[in-house]
Design a protein around this ligand. Structure first.
Ligand SMILES: [Zn+2]
Length: 119
């Protein structure tokens, strides 16, 4: 069980990771959109917000989407007080391990076991 201080540290860590991920995804996106704009002219700027959001999601790199999903679910587990619970054996995942790898859902033993099995 994590202390309130540890929980808070972990939350800040996850939020910082998420912000960084979103910021880098957006700067990559701005670059793409600028290029598109140059090519097709000004008319294409009148996109609805919904359309823009949709294309943002489409253009987000797969890896960033994947990581973002992991961070979101880690935050969810944090709020539920389950973040330090191994999904395999229900043992508690150490705080140091969580700070090093906040999106992990496995304790070090289960992780090692999975790697041995090549999973
Ligand atoms: Zn475990």
């Amino acid at each position: 069980m994590l202390s309130p201080e540890e929980t808070e540290q972990l939350r800040e860590r996850l939020l910082a990771d998420r912000d960084r991920l979103v910021a880098s995804a957006h700067s990559a996106l701005d670059f793409t959109m600028d290029r598109d704009r140059d090519r097709v002219g000004r008319d294409s700027l009148d996109e609805s917000t919904e359309e823009a959001l949709y294309s943002t999601k489409l253009r987000l790199h797969d890896r960033e989407n994947f990581l973002l999903g992991k961070i979101e679910s880690a935050l969810q587990r944090l709020e539920n007080g389950e973040i330090d619970e191994c999904e395999e054996c229900s043992d508690s995942i150490g705080f140091q391990r969580l700070m090093a790898r906040p999106v992990t859902t496995l304790c070090i033993d289960c992780k090692a076991e999975r790697e041995q099995k090549g999973l």
